[in-house]
Design a binder for this molecule. Structure first.
Ligand SMILES: Cc1cc2nc3c(=O)[nH]c(=O)nc-3n(C[C@H](O)[C@H](O)[C@H](O)COP(=O)(O)OP(=O)(O)OC[C@H]3O[C@@H](n4cnc5c(N)ncnc54)[C@H](O)[C@@H]3O)c2cc1C
Length: 425
């Protein structure tokens, strides 16, 4: 079995060790010696979402500081898979955001070049039984009506797309618009480009411990352990920690960690050409279940490694590696691609998706705190949705007309105080 091959490696390098090491990589030479302490906007969080917010804000002409308590991409951005998906989204606000974001990702790649390993390789969703295949095709039908490219594929077409797939799989749907990127590289290059332009100041290893407000309650900046930094606008791009950062301004956001593990194989000649995943993945993503859910998600990378996911569970910030989940993910992957049975695992890692109870991100101005914007809570889609999030945040801050309405993502939608409910009825 696949998982057996990796056990010695993982016993030597625990998940916690990988976690700490990756957060420390790249810390050196990341801080700027920028003497400025006043900016047009401050972005808290140097993950892929914060990087996109900073990028579009400086493109709009603002002078921006991006602050992270760790290094660039030391949060969930450094622990995810990097898919830019439309295939798993039902028609509605999130799909609209995903379609806009997909288009904008090409613009970002024009800006930073090929260095973020963007691969427009497409996705293939598969079904093991007739009932699932019927539901999958019905889902694709409504997606098509909403502008998604989706092609039903029979077993023969499936094997043309993926020659190594289990011949017993009944069929699926091919989504040519799905893509993959390397989110750490995308964040790092966007931020580096901003710093080079002279419009972005990058402050890593710098924790925001307070969001400063004036007597009227308006945001005037942030405080770090050593400093005060001024700006009339503060963007909370703290991902899974977005609720904690909101609390620094005295407001609630119900963002919770949803843990996920990934397995990475040894490099192989390219054998998996698309993102291939089982249809039950979509239901798992949308589920509110706190318990463990796993579904087969398999895809190759440019370097030849194969990424295997995906698990979801709400266990707080517990970073303990769970062998039973690793075993389960490996077994599910082998079921889809039997050739993986003899392949060695290189490593496994995990992270905490920023989960919101209604599975939508929090994007836009916080009506409770003038000057505070949120761009967090994207759960398992933060990489894909990052470009549109940054773009819309910049449009909102600069008062331009919005390409998409932000109401479905409004921060106050969770506020159950009577006045607030009335205000948004
Ligand atoms: C296993 C797994 C697989 C995934 N696969 C995909 C995928 O295929 N496609 C996809 O789109 N998404 C995927 N995701 C989700 C995706 O990784 C996240 O949605 C995304 O990375 C969130 O980015 P972010 O910038 O909002 O948050 P983060 O990357 O977590 O950045 C937030 C930053 O804020 C900083 N911070 C927090 N508090 C403070 C403070 N007080 N002061 C200063 N800094 C602070 C943190 O250090 C952190 O660096 C996956 C996630 C996991 C765990």
């Amino acid at each position: 079995m696949l998982w057996r091959a990796v056990m010695p490696d993982l016993l030597q390098i625990s998940w916690a060790t990988i976690w700490i090491t990756s957060a420390e990589v790249g810390r050196s030479a990341m801080n700027d010696a920028d003497p400025r302490r006043t900016f047009d906007a401050i972005v808290i969080g140097a993950g892929v979402v914060g990087a996109c917010c900073a990028h579009y804000l400086i493109e709009a002409g603002l002078q921006v500081a991006i602050i992270d308590r760790g290094s660039v991409a030391s949060g969930t951005t450094g622990a995810g898979e990097g898919n830019i998906l439309v295939s798993d989204k039902e028609p509605g606000p999130e799909l609209d955001l995903a379609l806009l974001s997909r288009r904008l990702w090409f613009d970002l790649i024009d800006v930073i070049g090929d260095r973020a390993e963007l691969e427009p390789k497409g996705g293939v969703v598969i079904a093991h039984d007739d009932a699932t295949l019927t539901r999958l095709r019905e889902f694709a039908e409504v997606q098509r009506a909403a502008g998604v490219e989706a092609h039903d594929v029979d077993p023969m077409q499936l094997r043309e797309l993926e020659p190594h797939i289990n011949p017993q799989i009944l069929g699926g749907v091919h989504y040519p618009q799905d893509m993959q990127t390397q989110p750490m590289l995308a964040a790092a290059h966007l931020i580096a480009r901003g710093v080079q332009s002279g419009r972005l100041s990058r402050m890593t290893d710098t924790e925001v411990i307070e969001i400063i407000r004036d007597e009227s309650g308006r945001v005037t900046g942030v405080r770090t352990p050593s400093d005060g930094i001024s700006a009339p606008i503060v963007v909370n791009a703290a991902g899974t920690w977005g609720g904690q950062v909101a609390a620094l301004a005295g407001v609630d956001l119900p963002i919770l960690p949803r843990r996920g593990f990934l397995l990475v194989t040894e490099p192989l000649p390219i054998t998996v050409h698309h993102k291939v995943y089982a249809a039950d993945y979509v239901a798992n993503v949308a589920s509110d279940n706190e318990g463990l859910e796993t579904s087969a998600v398999i895809e190759g990378t440019r370097g030849g490694t194969i990424l295997i996911g995906s698990s979801r569970e709400r266990v707080g910030f517990d970073a303990t590696l769970d062998w039973s989940i690793v075993q389960r993910l490996a077994a599910q992957a082998v079921e889809v691609f039997p050739m993986l049975a003899g392949v060695q695992l290189l490593r496994t890692y995990g992270g905490f998706r920023p989960y919101c109870p209604d599975h939508l991100p929090v994007i836009g101005a916080d009506a409770r705190v003038p000057g505070l914007m949120h761009a967090c809570g994207h759960e398992g889609a933060g990489v894909g949705l990052a470009a549109a999030t940054g773009y819309l945040i910049a449009q909102a801050i600069t008062g331009r007309s919005l390409d998409l309405p932000l109401e479905p993502f409004a921060p106050v939608r969770f506020d159950s105080t009577p006045e607030r409910v009335g205000a948004h009825a």
